[in-house]
Design a protein around this ligand. Structure first.
Ligand code: RM4
Length: 263
């Protein structure tokens, strides 16, 4: 019997059509929440005949959850406000934000295209800043607190030779949540980050298509397997729920032991 940890909550998820964001959206619905789901172009039919968005909407509705979908580029400051308006119009409030949207176009440092660097920064960090600010303004106005969880990464703590444009954004998200925990705590708004390790998603499908890279990563993980989006979604649901009522400014590694595994 599932104890529903987000009963009647209104949850906003960015980057919610695939990967970790999709899992967060579905698990929030499984735990009783209504979901406002943002995505951006990420809608190819990776789920059989249906588009990614149609598929996740079906899955949420099959769980009895209400869902509203809004396409928008989080790197556009207006998207955050539009997402808030859509969620409030649909559900009357916002209780939780999963600031999840992110990209990781692996690329060598010395010759990375400027646009690749800029887009990674603008989506992963600036986008999360804009959406967090828009949602926090709504939560403050509502007057009954809330919970914000950013999808940072193990890459906030360690580097990647092909990720010099990416790891700073994840470190930035970790730091953003720490500062927001201070700024928003007086309004009863808790801010925390989840730090996934290597999770099997579209983000790293190309990178891990190399048998050598896949074997290397699995070999470094004491639990002996890559993470799955559900492994992260479960922790986000916890951090968003009243079970984490006194958790504020925290960063939770969810990596199978990858970070601590030196030898
Ligand atoms: C994570 C970590 C993983 C990588 C993904 C794309 O932060 O670096 O190893 O697969 O990003």
């Amino acid at each position: 019997m599932l104890v529903k940890l987000l009963e009647n909550k209104s949850v906003v998820v960015t980057g919610g059509s695939r990967g970790i964001g999709r899992a967060i959206a579905v698990e929030a619905a499984r735990h009783g929440a209504d979901v406002a789901l943002n995505y951006y172009r990420d809608n190819d039919a990776g789920y059989g005949r249906k588009s990614a968005v149609d598929s996740v909407v079906d899955e949420i509705e099959a769980l009895g959850g209400r869902v509203v979908v809004l396409e928008g580029d989080v790197a556009d400051p207006a998207t955050g406000a539009q997402l808030v308006a859509a969620a409030v119009q649909a559900f009357g409030k916002i209780d939780v934000l999963a600031a999840n949207a992110g990209i990781c176009p692996f690329h060598a440092f010395l010759d990375i295209p400027l646009e690749t660097f800029r887009r990674t920064m603008e989506i992963n960090l600036h986008g999360a800043f804009y959406v967090t600010q828009a949602v926090a303004r709504q939560m403050k106005e509502q007057g009954h607190g809330g919970a914000i969880v950013a999808t940072s990464s193990i890459s906030a703590l360690v580097g990647g030779g092909l990720q010099a444009h990416y790891t700073p954004t994840k470190a930035g998200l970790h730091s953003l949540m720490q500062s927001c925990a201070i700024a928003l705590g007086p309004y009863g708004i808790r801010c925390n980050s989840v730090l996934p390790g290597t999770i099997a998603t579209d983000l790293n499908a190309d990178d891990l298509s190399s048998p050598e890279k896949l074997a290397y990563m699995k070999g470094r993980i004491p639990l002996g397997r890559l993470g799955q989006p559900l492994d992260i979604a479960n922790v986000v649901v916890f951090l968003a729920s009243e079970m984490a009522a006194y958790v504020n400014g925290a960063a939770l590694l969810v990596d199978g032991g990858l970070f601590v595994n030196l030898q």
